[in-house]
Structures are given as structure tokens and as C-alpha cells.
Design a protein around this ligand. Structure first.
Ligand code: GLC
Length: 425
């Protein structure tokens, strides 16, 4: 565990990841330089062409807030090395492109204006920097070994590590309070890079000196530095724990469509309902969800992403009480089939999410005698409860369980995944 203050984080539960850089122009994955082995010279065209004329960060921030998101994490620099702010340490920055402005600042202002907390993603990899040595995932990795050796002989990772500290100092000094810093990523071992290359220890100290209490992710390859575990592109099937079996703070980072940067031709967009289920699954297992958008090179969030954000908004408008301040339910209450619980320990309310709507009844183990009131969260309508065992075989209530009597039809709003709020005695 690191030194970050995660109290607000485990309450807020839901954030927006934003991947935006030059890779939004080729629009075929933020790793396009890696996949297509693109050298700096050939990538230069995207720098020359970057001019997001429809950029409207207030619209991004509004979409995030309306979706129910409480914080955001933006790529200040991704593996391609392009910097979205006006850094003093390289010319490879947004202010030297046709748009000519510090867009990071505008984004930060807009999201703060909508009440969201600020997080910065900063890539440890940098495929553009002249001191970053060619390793096993670098775009130039397939050059003849002699050529790589020659190129690497003038590259100096010590200078690069200093460059990172200088840039992180800018980011954590000039943009007000930053609540999260997301370093990405380490790949130690054969021809890879890890803590010795990044000088992770120094970086970590610097970060805490500049922004005490900031949350740091777990990708610095520095044991003990991570405040959060960051499973990516899968949902853990239960709460995450440390080596001793104690629950840890975790945040799943997920995409709507598979890639992080804008990918025009990608067809694997998750349906809105799956997106909602993912949020529920994360929180019910004690995690946060950081859901990604990859804005286009014109500077807007495309329709497919907006539709999914709107679906979150519609659901969260009625059900956010089952998300904010909530986490895993006490083990004594196992969730029925096809259902997920979340639990708010402050209000002592248990939330039953029905991924499949049961016909007429659902039995809740170990809850007999413990529930004062139950309601459908979407419209605040009472759900009648029954605790006694009856002789009627069709509506048998198991010993120790509480039975909810459910309507056959659900109201028209807030029920994409219906939630029943149980107020415990
Ligand atoms: C990765 C990828 C990347 C993405 C990130 C998000 O490690 O390198 O492109 O930014 O995960 O978690």
C-alpha cells in the first residue's frame, strides 16, 4: 500500500479515462506505432495535421458528469511521446501543432468546472524521445541488431528519467490539485524496462512531495508504491486481496470498444446494458470503474461513446445510490442467482441488482427479520416482503430467508438493470 488518500476514491467509484493524442488521427489504436513499426519521421505527419477544430472540453466534462462519473484521468502523454500540455522540456507538444494551445489546461478547467476530480496518466514509455532506448516493444525493434546497438549507444535512460521527473514536476505544479497520477507501465526482464530504468523511487518521492496524498497506480514496478490495483480489460470475479488475503483498493479500467485511443473501424462496441452491468460488477466486488473514451482528432467524443455515456446517465439518475459510497456486501448475505449486491455501510442499505428479473419472487438468504423496508429504487415503490414460511408450495419461503414479492412488469425508467433497495433494521 502506498501513501495516497483513497477515501474519496472508494466512495466515488466511477470515473472517466480519456485517451487522446496524435494516435486519434490514424485512428487505428493508440499502439499503432508499435503494431506498424512506424519510425518518428513517418509519424510526423500526424503532428503536422493535429488541429481539433471541434474541441469542446466543456461538452466532454458535461457528458462525464451526466453519466455519473466523479473523476477523470487523461493521457497527458501516451507511449507515442506527444505532450498535451505546454511543457518546457520538449518541442513535441501540443502548442507546436496547428492548434497552438495548451489543451490539457482547458480540459482540466472544464472538468473541474463540472465538479470532477483530476487525474493524470503519464506514460513511462516514450517512443519518440531520443534518449529512450530501443527495447522489445519499441517501434524500431525489428531493425538489424547492429543498427539497434548503434542507435542505443547514444541513448541515455538516465537523461530520460530526469526528463520524466521534470515533466511530472510541471504537471503536478502548474495544474492545481491533482488527485491521481497514473504511470503506465513497466515490463521488466529481457530487453524490457522497469524500476531501474524509470528510477521509480525518485519519481515516487517527487510525486508525494509535490502533491501529498495523491493516489498513485501500481505500474511503477516499485513494491509498496501502488495505492490501487489496476486490472485492465477484464472484470475480476471477486474482490481483490493482498498476499495476506486482505481486501485492497482496486479500479478496473475498461473500454467501450477494445482500444483506448479512437479507432474508427472497430466493431466490438459493448452494448449499453453490458456497460451498466460492468459498473455493478465492479462495485459489488469492491472496485471502482474507470471507463474510457477516445475522442476523435476533430476533438469530439463520437456518437457511439456518447450513446453509452447517456445509458449510464439514464441508469445512474435513478440508481446512483447503489453505487456511491457502496462496496461489497457482508459475506453473511450471499446474492441470489443472477443478482449482485452492493452495500452502503453508512446507511446500512443493501442493494439487490437483478441482472435477470425473477418471476414474482426472489429469496434472500439470512435476511429474515433484518429488513425494515424494501423498495424498487427506480421509482421508490414499495416491494412487499414476506418472512414467514407458508404452506403454499408456489411461494415457499426458505428458512431464514426473506422473500420479496415482485411485480411482473417494471417501470419504464431506471430499470435497464433493476435495483431493489433494502433498508436494514
Ligand atoms: C496499457 C496500454 C495502453 C493503455 C493502458 C490503460 O498498458 O499500454 O495503451 O493506455 O494500458 O490501462
Amino acid at each position: 500500500m502506498g501513501k495516497g488518500d483513497t477515501r474519496w476514491f472508494v466512495h466515488d467509484r466511477f470515473g472517466m479515462f480519456i485517451h487522446w493524442g496524435l494516435y486519434s488521427l490514424p485512428a487505428r489504436h493508440e499502439w499503432v506505432r508499435h503494431a506498424e513499426r512506424i519510425p518518428n519521421e513517418a509519424y510526423e505527419i500526424y503532428f503536422e495535421m493535429f488541429n481539433p477544430d471541434l474541441f469542446d472540453p466543456k461538452a466532454w466534462a458535461k457528458a462525464a458528469r451526466e453519466a455519473g462519473m466523479k473523476y477523470f484521468v487523461i493521457t497527458t502523454k501516451h507511449h507515442e511521446g506527444f505532450c498535451l500540455w505546454d511543457t518546457k522540456y520538449t518541442d513535441y507538444k501540443v502548442t507546436n501543432t496547428p492548434v497552438g494551445r495548451d489543451l490539457l489546461r482547458e480540459i482540466v478547467d472544464a472538468f473541474r468546472g463540472e465538479g470532477l476530480k483530476v487525474g493524470f496518466y503519464y506514460s513511462l514509455l516514450d517512443w519518440h524521445h531520443p534518449d529512450f532506448t530501443i527495447d522489445r516493444i519499441h517501434p524500431l525493434r525489428d531493425l538489424p541488431p547492429e543498427e539497434i546497438a548503434k542507435l542505443n549507444s547514444t541513448r541515455d535512460m538516465k537523461r530520460y528519467a530526469q526528463y520524466m521527473r521534470d515533466q511530472v514536476t510541471e504537471l503536478l505544479t502548474n495544474y492545481g490539485k491533482v488527485e491521481i497520477i497514473w504511470f503506465d507501465f513497466s515490463y521488466p526482464g529481457e530487453n524490457g524496462k522497469g524500476r531501474d530504468d524509470w528510477e521509480s523511487e525518485k519519481l515516487y518521492e517527487l510525486v508525494h512531495r509535490l502533491q501529498p496524498g495523491i493516489i498513485v497506480d501500481n505500474r511503477l514496478d516499485l513494491p509498496g508504491s501502488g495505492d490501487i490495483e489496476t486490472p485492465e480489460q477484464f472484470t475480476p470475479d471477486k474482490g481483490m486481496v493482498d498476499a495476506q488475503g486482505n481486501p485492497v483498493v482496486w479500479e478496473g479500467c475498461q473500454t467501450f470498444s477494445g482500444s483506448w485511443g479512437y479507432f474508427r473501424d472497430e466493431m466490438s462496441w459493448k452494448i449499453p446494458r453490458m456497460c451498466i452491468e460492468m459498473l455493478i460488477n465492479h462495485v459489488s466486488r469492491g472496485g471502482n470503474l474507470l471507463m474510457n473514451v477516445g475522442p476523435t482528432s476533430r476533438g469530439y467524443i463520437d456518437r457511439r461513446a456518447l450513446d453509452r455515456l447517456a445509458a449510464y446517465g439514464e441508469w445512474m439518475k435513478y440508481n446512483s445510490r447503489s453505487i456511491y459510497g457502496c462496496g461489497t456486501a457482508p459475506a453473511e448475505f450471499p446474492a441470489p442467482a443472477d443478482c449482485r449486491y452492493t452495500w452502503n455501510p453508512e446507511t446500512k442499505r443493501l442493494y439487490l441488482h437483478c441482472l435477470v428479473w425473477p418471476f414474482k419472487h426472489v429469496h434472500l438468504e439470512n435476511l429474515a427479520g433484518k429488513v425494515k423496508y424494501a423498495q424498487l429504487l427506480a421509482d421508490g415503490s414499495e416491494i412487499r416482503i414476506r418472512e414467514e414460511k407458508t404452506d403454499n408450495l408456489n411461494s415457499h419461503t426458505p428458512q431464514g430467508a426473506l422473500t420479496l414479492e415482485l411485480p411482473t412488469l417494471l417501470p419504464g425508467q431506471g430499470c435497464e438493470v433493476p435495483v431493489i433497495e433494502l433498508v436494514l433494521k
